[in-house]
Each structure stands twice: as structure tokens, then as C-alpha cells.
Design a protein around this ligand. Structure first.
Ligand code: ARG
Length: 269
């Protein structure tokens, strides 16, 4: 079964954690009084980039800016599909200034950036499945932004309501395995949204709260390899049973800010 999973090489945009820190608290993981080991964070982040490159993925970087400690979470800066860049409007005032720096990168790379009117946090809440967009709401990205995204992208946007503050972004509760399947933690969603996911993905790989608290759902899959937090061991085993190849990468220092592998990674399609 393992050999039937075919990887597709990706283009990722990332931001080095040169100025990474926990200086404010905008999600329940963040405790500004608990120190971050900046050297360890650098090492962990470099290991992620090496793992991507070793598996044939292209990695572009945006220059980090002093005073923007969460800028390392590149996933939140935009949502890109078919070369269309749907920019972000961050919920927290502390993060709003990140957008201009990412927009500058996109413009220099030859992309036009759509500036949303409603709060929306890029791939944190907008997840491309290959056919449509799954869109989280409840804590950050608004329903109004889902409408704007659908209008701009011309792809169906399916709204899902998040209910657990620990899983405040859709990408902390669900990730796409390949064009046919996803992996998620059902209890992070409202009953109706859970039902929607059940209908769309009857064969989904389901995660437990333990997997989710270990940031196991903040993973990146290339269709075969799943870059996943090593503490989500049970989930990694389940993915292996389904023919995927887990590639453990430890970003424990970033968990202190409420982020993991996927949060640090934006995909450019
Ligand atoms: N501290 C950041 C925030 O709360 C973490 C962002 C994590 N990113 C993600 N894609 N889930 O905004």
C-alpha cells in the first residue's frame, strides 16, 4: 500500500524565526512569561527546511522583520491557489503589520495581492483540498471573508465552525493528506460542521485530542510524506497504516506560540 502514495513536489514560502518570541497572548498556548529558547527554535526551524528540501520541495523565504514575533507563521499571511493571492487581514492588531511585508514579497515575485475587507488569516483558516476550499471560522477568519474568498478565487468555499479555543485556526484541527482525503480532530468542530466533514470525507483519518494537543494536525502532506510533530505518535502510526510516510519534525518551541509545522509553511500553488 505504501508504494501507492505518490508525492507531488511543492513550493513553500517560509520566514526565518530571527525575531520569534512570545510577547503577547492571542491564543491559549501563549504565555509571555514563559521563555522561548531562540537558539533551539532556530535549529528546529532549520531542520524543517532541510526536511522539505530533502524531499524535493522548493522553499522560498521572506525576510523577517524586527518587532513582528509571529511573522514566522507564514501560513497566516495569504492563501494562494492557481496563482491568485488572497491576502490577510489579521484579527490581532499585533499581527496586522505583517501583511504589508508579505504583500511586498508577493508583488516582487510577480503576483497581484487581493486585500480582503474582513478578518482572514490565510492558510490558517483557508485550506485547499484540490477541488474546493475548506474554511474555518469561529475565532479568527469571518464568514464574510469566506464569501470574499469565494468571489475572488472562483472556487467553492465550505465553511466549518471551530469551537475549541486551543484549535483556533482550521490548520490546527485538520490537514489535507492528498486530493482524496483529509485528517482531522472531530471535537474541534461544531456538530453541523462535523457532519459536513463526515459526508465529504467518509474515509478520513481521525485524530484524538491527544494527537491534536501535540500539534499532530498542524502537518504538511505532499501526498506521500507527512511532515508531522513527533509527539503525535499515535496519529503517525495511524497514517502509516493508511500508506503515508510520517516524517517527524519537532517544532516544540513554536508550540509555545500556538504554532507548528503547517503554521510555519505557506504553499504557493
Ligand atoms: N501566535 C500565532 C497566532 O496566534 C500563531 C499562529 C499559528 N498559525 C497557524 N497557521 N495556525 O496568531
Amino acid at each position: 500500500m505504501s508504494d501507492s502514495r505518490v508525492p507531488r513536489s511543492r513550493r513553500f514560502l517560509v520566514c526565518e524565526p530571527r525575531h520569534f518570541a512570545v510577547q503577547y497572548a492571542i491564543n491559549p498556548w501563549m504565555h509571555p512569561d514563559k521563555p522561548v529558547d531562540v537558539d533551539l527554535a532556530q535549529e528546529q526551524w532549520q531542520a524543517l527546511i532541510r526536511a522539505y528540501r530533502a524531499h524535493g520541495h522548493t522553499v522560498d523565504t521572506v525576510e523577517p522583520v524586527p518587532g513582528l514575533p509571529d511573522m514566522v507563521f507564514a501560513a497566516n499571511a495569504a492563501f494562494v491557489v492557481g496563482g491568485r493571492v488572497f491576502g490577510s487581514l489579521f484579527h490581532a492588531p499585533e499581527r496586522r503589520p505583517e501583511s504589508v511585508h508579505y504583500d511586498t514579497w508577493f508583488k516582487a515575485a510577480g503576483y497581484d495581492v487581493y486585500r480582503p475587507e474582513s478578518v482572514t488569516e490565510g492558510e490558517g483558516d483557508l485550506v485547499w483540498t484540490g477541488r474546493y476550499v475548506l474554511a474555518g471560522t469561529g475565532f479568527r477568519t469571518t464568514r464574510e471573508a469566506h464569501r470574499e474568498a469565494q468571489e475572488f478565487l472562483g472556487h467553492p468555499v465550505i465553511g466549518l465552525t471551530l469551537v475549541d479555543p486551543y484549535f483556533y485556526h482550521l490548520d490546527t484541527a485538520l490537514f489535507v493528506l492528498d486530493d482524496d482525503n483529509v485528517c482531522y480532530y472531530p471535537e474541534a468542530f461544531s456538530p453541523g460542521s462535523r457532519e459536513v466533514l463526515r459526508r465529504l470525507y467518509p474515509d478520513a483519518v481521525l485524530a484524538t485530542r491527544e494527537d491534536a494537543m501535540a500539534f499532530g494536525l498542524n502537518s504538511v502532506s505532499d501526498g506521500r510524506h507527512v511532515f508531522i510533530a513527533p509527539r503525535a505518535e499515535a496519529l503517525a502510526d495511524r497514517l502509516a497504516d493508511h500508506g503515508y510516510v510520517p516524517v517527524p519534525v519537532d517544532l516544540s518551541e513554536f508550540h509555545k506560540a500556538g504554532g507548528g509545522i503547517k503554521c510555519c509553511t505557506q504553499e504557493i500553488r
